[in-house]
Ligand binder design. Structure first.
Ligand SMILES: Cc1cc2nc3c(=O)[nH]c(=O)nc-3n(C[C@H](O)[C@H](O)[C@H](O)COP(=O)(O)OP(=O)(O)OC[C@H]3O[C@@H](n4cnc5c(N)ncnc54)[C@H](O)[C@@H]3O)c2cc1C
Length: 464
């Protein structure tokens, strides 16, 4: 029986199931303290909805621990101070944690690691936030592929198993400071009821069960935002209430739909690996020739985009879904992001920061990677001359108009051919649908053909 004690510093891995840091600590030590630090530098920046989600998941982790006779030790403060302080107070031999790839986390963790080492406390990092850790998936030349498909080929044949189960250490029951009180209810998405409406890992495993239940048709349904066609697991993956390996294991690859869904987890790993290798991605275009693009300031256009008032119904539906729920369907994320960058010629970094603030699943590596993909500035990105046409995208992926009707209810009276471009509808039809364009719903804020030419010129000029 081990006599040492250890500390597990929970961050974005709010679960006991399939958590390598937790299993290592509870196997190696006689007693383990579970710590969560509410870092005001991060917490105060989160939207109130994301803060509620986080607090719900943290409280649920405390409940999971109490089922094993322990509690979650909660402290509020700068982790660079708090973690070494607690390690010293508790006289632990080691601090266990799961890594994170953001530049903020890397800097913070480097600091904590040195402080702990000077106290003689071991720093034991694991990679329980990804299927494969950065550095593991390499091309034959030994480097990280800058193109997704070769990365994926190695990713899919690299074996992994779920992490070992927890050991039998005693769990400390000092709960420290009270948790900050959540001002909102635990935010949920469509279809999340019953057990799947619970916070934390219990709810997450139920949500994973629902996602696995509809995964067979994922490849057919994933691009239709009006239906529940995707897994909606991104928020649980973000907070680590479910492990990516557990998700891949439960979904499996027995059908084309399931395999397509698991492939998306490889995109998630890839963007994390890219950021770990190139931290400057957060601010700098990966393709340096695009650093010189002359972006427009256009505060009015930016506000119209944020508020879902661009006059393009599909774009507005997405931006309103985001504002009202904290989540947006992937197809619509691509179209709304493209509209900002390509049609309004507004810097992708402004859009990225807004998404980062509002999205419940906001994750720097994923958000930056995808924004750079849309902007055409990232690795393996959408070509710079690919400008999504928001009307064609709408006609193709929301043919019924149901997604628009749900989020832009003022257009609900238009039929499925008119709803994608209300400015082409005659006055009688508009009046019959109860719409006065320019009053009930805006006219388009930018002309698509003109803005396409403008962005191509701007990108070409930057390359010269
Ligand atoms: C502009 C833009 C910004 C984005 N920002 C984020 C973000 O901050 N956080 C985030 O998790 N995802 C982000 N994405 C990726 C993607 O839109 C979401 O992961 C997805 O919509 C989440 O819904 P889901 O769980 O139902 O996905 P599913 O389609 O069910 O996919 C399953 C899982 O695979 C991963 N995945 C799916 N698509 C992608 C992708 N394009 N890139 C990387 N991983 C993917 C996610 O972890 C997702 O939960 C962004 C995409 C765009 C275009």
């Amino acid at each position: 029986m081990a006599t040492t004690s250890g500390l597990v510093w929970f961050r974005r891995d709010l679960r006991l199931d399939d958590n390598p840091a937790w299993s290592a600590a509870t196997s190696e030590h006689g007693e383990v303290t579970a710590l969560f630090v509410v870092d005001p530098a991060l917490f105060d920046r989160a939207s109130s909805r994301r803060a509620s989600r986080l607090l719900g998941d943290v409280a649920a982790l405390d409940e999971s621990l109490s089922e094993h006779g322990g509690r979650l030790l909660v402290r509020v403060g700068d982790p660079r101070v708090v973690v070494p302080q607690e390690a010293k107070r508790l006289n632990v031999a080691a601090v266990h944690l799961n890594h994170d790839v953001t530049p903020y986390a890397a800097e913070r963790d480097g600091f904590v690691q040195s402080a702990l080492e000077s106290l003689g406390v071991e720093w034991v990092p694991e990679w329980g936030t990804l299927v494969h850790e950065p550095g593991k998936i390499r091309t034959n030349a030994g480097s990280l592929s800058q193109v997704f498909t070769p990365f994926f080929r190695v990713w899919e044949r690299t074996p992994w198993t779920p992490w070992p189960t927890s050991g039998d250490a005693k769990i400390a029951n000092d709960c420290g400071d009270a948790l900050p009180v959540s001002t909102g209810s635990y935010p949920l998405l469509d279809g999340e009821t019953g057990e799947a409406a619970l916070p934390g890992e219990r709810g997450a495993l139920a949500r994973l069960g629902l996602a696995a239940g509809r995964a067979d048709s994922y490849d057919e349904d994933r691009n239709t935002p009006s239906i529940l066609g995707t897994s909606q697991l991104s928020i649980d993956l973000r907070f680590g209430t479910v492990s990516p390996r557990r998700a891949a294991q439960v979904i499996g690859e027995s059908t084309a739909g399931r395999a397509a869904l698991v492939r998306q987890l490889a995109w998630r790993d890839w963007y994390a690996h890219l950021l770990a290798a190139t931290p400057t991605l957060v601010e700098q275009p990966m393709k340096s020739q695009y650093a010189a693009i002359e972006w427009r300031k256009d505060d009015e256009g930016f506000e119209a985009w944020k508020n879902g008032q661009t006059g393009y119904p599909f774009v507005d539906a997405g931006m309103r879904q985001l504002r009202e729920t904290g989540w947006m369907h992937n197809r619509v994320r691509m179209v709304t992001a493209s509209f900002l960058v390509k049609n309004l010629l507004i810097d992708w970094r402004r859009g990225e920061k807004y998404f980062r603030h509002v999205l419940l699943d906001a994750d720097v590596s994923q958000n930056v990677g995808n924004w750079q993909w849309v902007a055409g500035t990232g690795p393996d990105a959408s070509p710079y001359n690919r400008v999504f046409n928001p009307v064609l995208q709408s006609q193709r992926f929301d043919a019924s108009g149901d997604y628009i009707r749900r989020w832009v209810p003022e257009l609900a009276g238009l039929d499925s051919s008119a709803i994608h471009e209300p400015w082409t509808v005659g006055p009688l039809e508009l009046a019959a649908a109860g719409i006065e364009l320019g009053t009930d719903y805006p006219d388009p804020i930018v002309d698509l053909a003109f803005s396409r030419g403008r962005v191509l010129d701007a990108y070409a000029a930057a390359k010269r």
